[in-house]
Design a protein around this ligand. Structure first.
Ligand code: ARG
Length: 575
C-alpha cells in the first residue's frame, strides 16, 4: 500500500465526503485553484453539470451547503466560487498532522513503498577502461547516485551497475602497444596517463607502419580466444584503471553493487545475435559474417550487430546486457544514466527489443539522458584531444573555498572538524550545482558557478540545516510535547505546507527521473526558513509557541536532511 501523507489524506477526505453526501459518482478531479483564488484544492463542477442538468455554479453552491467534515478533519473551509467549489486546509490541523508524520517516519519521511521491493537496475558512471574519466562520466555518476537514492527511498531494490567500457578492438591495440613500448614505472606512477599515451602512440605509428592495425586486431582476437598473455595484460589494465576510478568514487561517496563491464557479456554475444536473427529483427548478409539491423523504416537508421570481420559492436553488447539483466533480475526498470549523445543508440536498443518480442522489457528500459557540458564560450569539450576535467582539482578548490567560509562563520571550530565540514560543504556545492537544474539541459562548465556558495546552492541549504541543529541544541533538544496547532503565522504555515509537499516532490522527482525537483524543494524550504528566522523569534517566544516552533524546526531539519540525502549530499550539523 502506498503511504497516504497529509496532502493525500486531504484530497481523500474531500473525495469521501463527495461520494457520501454529494451524490457524486464519477471519478472526481480536484485541482489546485489559480493563484488569485484562495484555497488549496478546487472541484470544477462542469462534468457534474452535464449529468445533473444544472448550472455548475448552482451545483457548487448546493454542495457547499451539503458536505460536512468531522472535527479533526484536514478540511478547514469550503467556499463556492462560480463553477468551482474550493477547499482550504485547516491550518492548525495540518501543522499537527504534518509534524506528527515527520516525527513518525523520521529518516524515511517522504519515502514510500510503491517500488514493493522490485528490482531497479541503474546503469551509471560507466567510463571506459584505459581512458580518463571525462566530465560526462562524472555527471552520470552524480545523477545516477541521486536516481538510486530516489528509487531506494520509494521502495525499490536498486542495483547500481558500472557498465565499464572494457571490451573491443582498442584493447588489442593497447596490448600490442604495451608489449612494444610499455614502461612499468610509468604504469605504476600514472597508469591511465600512460595507457592513454600508448594508445595515442599506436595510432601515430599505425599511420606510418602498414600492418600495425592488423596486429591490433590479431591481439584482440587472441584476447577473445582467451590467450593467457593477452588476458593477463587486459586484466592488469583493468585493475589499474578501476583503482584510479575508485579514488574518484570514494571522494564522491559513491558505491557500486556491480562492476559488470561490456566484457562480462562476451560469452553471450553469439546467442544474442542468433536470437535477433531468428526473431526477424536482424538479418545476415549473404556471403559474409556481417549481421545487419535495419531500422530505417522507424527512422532509426541501419546498423550492424556483427561486422564483416566478425567483430561485435557496442550495440551488440548492449543487447546481450539487456537480455541478461532481464533474465537475472526481471527488473521493473533499467535506467541508463548516459549522455544525450547516445540517444539514437538507446532508441535502437528499444526498437530491436520490441522487434524481438520483448515489448515489455523495452518499455522498462529508460534512457535517463543528460545534456552535454559546454565551455563558458559555448564550445564543446573534445574527448579526442583528451580534454578532461580534473575532478580532484575541482573538489580541492571547492574544499578550500568552503574552509575559508567555515573559518569566517565559525572561527572556534577545531581543525579536524573544520576540515571535515569543509569537505562536506565543498563536495555538496559541486554535486548540487549539477543536480539543481533539469538534467536535460546543457551545463556550462564554469568554475565560479560550480563553486557558488550563494543563493541556490548546497552550502545555503546546508547552512539552514545547521541553524536548525544549533537552535535545538541551545534549547536542549526538541520538546516531547507541544501543540503544533499554534503554528498559524504565515511564515510558519508556509513551512508547514512546504514540509507537507515533500512527499509529492519526491514522487515527482522519481517520475521524471529528475533530482532537480528535490533540489528545488530544498531551496524553497531553506529560503522560507530564513524568512521565519528573520521575522520570528524561536527561543524567546512565549511558552507554548516556543515549543511548537522548536517542533517545527526539528521537523524542518529532518526534511532537509532527507532531501540532501536523496541528492547524495551530506548535512553537517555545524558550519
Ligand atoms: N562506456 C560508455 C561511454 O563512455 C557508456 C556506457 C553507458 N552504459 C551503457 N549501458 N551503454 O560512452
Amino acid at each position: 500500500m502506498p503511504r497516504a501523507y497529509a496532502l493525500d489524506r486531504f484530497a481523500q477526505e474531500i473525495r469521501r465526503a463527495l461520494l457520501e453526501h454529494g451524490e457524486v459518482q464519477e471519478e472526481i478531479s480536484l485541482l489546485p485553484p489559480p493563484p488569485e483564488v484562495s484555497g488549496d484544492l478546487g472541484l470544477p463542477c462542469f462534468l457534474l453539470a452535464r449529468r445533473l442538468r444544472r448550472s455548475p455554479a448552482a451545483i457548487a453552491v448546493d454542495l457547499a451547503g451539503r458536505l460536512s467534515f468531522p472535527s479533526g478533519s484536514l478540511v478547514g473551509q469550503m467556499v463556492s466560487q462560480g463553477p468551482y467549489l474550493n477547499f482550504t486546509m485547516a491550518p492548525g490541523e495540518l501543522a499537527r498532522q504534518v509534524l506528527d508524520e515527520v516525527r513518525h517516519w523520521g529518516d524515511s519521511y517522504g519515502g514510500d513503498d510503491v517500488g514493493q521491493g522490485r528490482n531497479c537496475v541503474v546503469d551509471y558512471s560507466s567510463p571506459n577502461v584505459a581512458r580518463r574519466m571525462h566530465i560526462g562520466h562524472v555527471r552520470s555518476t552524480i545523477i545516477g547516485h541521486a536516481i538510486i537514492n530516489l528509487h531506494q527511498f520509494l521502495g525499490y531494490h536498486t542495483i547500481g551497475d558500472n557498465h565499464l567500457g572494457d571490451w573491443g578492438t582498442q584493447f588489442g591495440k593497447l596490448i600490442y602497444a604495451y608489449r612494444s613500448w610499455g614502461d612499468d614505472q610509468a604504469m605504476a606512477a600514472r597508469p591511465i596517463d600512460h595507457l592513454v599515451d600508448l594508445y595515442a602512440r599506436f595510432h601515430r605509428e599505425a599511420k606510418a607502419t602498414p600492418g600495425l592495425e592488423e596486429e591490433g586486431r590479431r591481439w584482440f582476437a587472441l584476447l577473445e580466444e582467451g590467450n593467457a598473455e593477452a588476458r593477463r595484460l587486459w586484466q592488469w589494465f583493468m585493475d589499474l584503471t578501476i583503482q584510479e576510478f575508485e579514488k574518484t568514487y570514494r571522494r564522491l561517496g559513491v558505491h557500486f553493487d556491480l562492476y559488470r563491464g561490456e566484457s562480462f557479456y562476451e560469452t553471450m554475444l553469439d546467442a544474442a545475435i542468433e536470437e535477433a536473427v531468428e526473431k526477424g529483427a536482424a538479418r545476415r548478409s549473404p556471403g559474409s559474417p556481417a549481421v545487419i539491423l535495419d531500422l530505417n523504416e522507424y527512422g532509426l537508421s541501419s546498423t550492424l550487430l556483427r561486422k564483416s570481420d566478425g567483430a561485435t559492436l557496442y550495440l551488440t553488447r548492449e543487447l546481450a546486457t539487456a537480455l541478461h539483466r532481464y533474465h537475472e533480475y526481471d527488473p521493473a526498470l533499467i535506467l541508463y544514466v548516459v549522455g544525450v549523445e547516445q540517444d539514437l543508440h538507446f532508441r535502437q536498443l528499444r526498437k530491436m527489443l520490441e522487434l524481438m518480442g520483448y515489448a515489455e522489457l523495452a518499455a522498462r528500459c529508460i534512457h535517463v539522458s543528460f545534456g552535454t557540458i559546454v565551455k563558458p564560450d559555448g564550445s564543446r569539450f573534445s574527448m579526442r584531444e583528451g580534454e578532461v576535467i580534473f575532478l580532484d582539482e575541482l573538489l580541492d578548490e571547492a574544499e578550500s573555498r568552503a574552509r575559508a567560509i567555515v573559518q569566517e562563520k565559525n572561527p572556534d571550530l577545531a581543525g579536524v572538524e573544520k576540515d571535515e565540514i569543509a569537505r562536506q560543504v565543498g563536495l555538496g556545492a559541486v554535486v548540487y550545482n549539477d543536480l539543481h537544474q533539469d538534467r536535460r539541459r546543457d551545463v556550462v562548465f564554469d568554475w565560479d558557478t560550480m563553486l557558488s556558495f550563494e543563493g541556490n546552492s548546497a552550502p545555503y541549504i546546508q547552512y539552514a540545516h545547521t541553524r536548525c541543529c544549533s537552535v535545538l541544541e541551545k534549547a536542549g533538544g526538541a520538546p516531547e510535547r507541544y501543540d503544533a496547532g499554534l503554528l498559524v503565522e504565515p511564515q510558519e504555515q508556509a513551512l508547514v505546507k512546504q514540509l507537507a509537499a515533500f512527499p509529492r516532490a519526491v514522487r515527482q522527482a522519481a517520475q521524471e527521473y529528475g533530482p532537480h525537483v528535490v533540489a528545488g524543494w530544498l531551496y524553497e524550504t531553506a529560503r522560507d526558513f530564513s524568512r521565519l528566522w528573520r521575522d520570528l523569534s524561536i527561543l524567546q517566544a512565549p511558552v507554548g509557541i516556543r515549543e511548537a516552533r522548536l517542533g517545527l524546526v526539528a521537523a524542518l531539519g529532518q526534511g532537509i536532511r532527507n532531501g540532501l540525502w536523496l541528492l547524495g549530499i551530506e548535512a553537517p550539523t555545524k558550519m
